[in-house]
Design a protein around this ligand. Sequence first.
Ligand code: 5GP
Length: 199
Amino acid sequence: MSKGRLIVFSAPSGCGKGTMLEQILKNDGFRCSVSATTRSPRPGDVDGVNYHFISREDFEDRIGKDMFLEYAEYCGNYYGTLLSEVDPYLEKGIDVILEIEVQGAMKIRQKRPDAVFIFIAPPSVSELRRRLNKRGTETQEVIEERISQAAGEIALAEKYDYVIVNDALEDAVDDFFAVMRAEKLKAANSGDIINEVLK
Ligand code: 5GP
């Protein structure tokens, strides 16, 4: 059985990645890693489902124990991918999606060069502001901080393998599966197919 693919998915806050992921995860064979974070849960956030919400002390303890594939500080909080959320699933042939910001994504680029890097962009910064205001879960100050963070992240999109603009959800999800099909057909990933052809 071939191993699963590691898919790194970055999208500034408010790009609709949550709804995109919901659609993607309706398909078998995909799993989204649950990150650990020190940020406080937002209304509707469920511990162990959206994130593992842990204290700064606990997070730093896990850094010391080498339990993270990567971690980063973002808007004053730690966010990190636990190895236990990734490798056991890849071994079982499941594709694991990491929904992480750019600093963490670039660390994975070095550690796991065979991962697929996808950047989800909003149609425009003004649309991003409109979506964040509509969500209504953050103060104006936090929204402005997230927008300036997002603008910096969008400038790094070219470091990814693919960029998907999330204007219409259905089209963005279609683009994601087009990327998955293209990845499957890459010569470097076609060892199993070639062995089958030569049998
Ligand atoms: P939010 O607070 O809106 O849930 O997430 C803020 C940012 O942290 C998002 O860009 C999200 O992709 C990123 N993030 C979530 N989990 C992780 C993680 O495990 N590692 C890193 N590097 N970033 C993460």
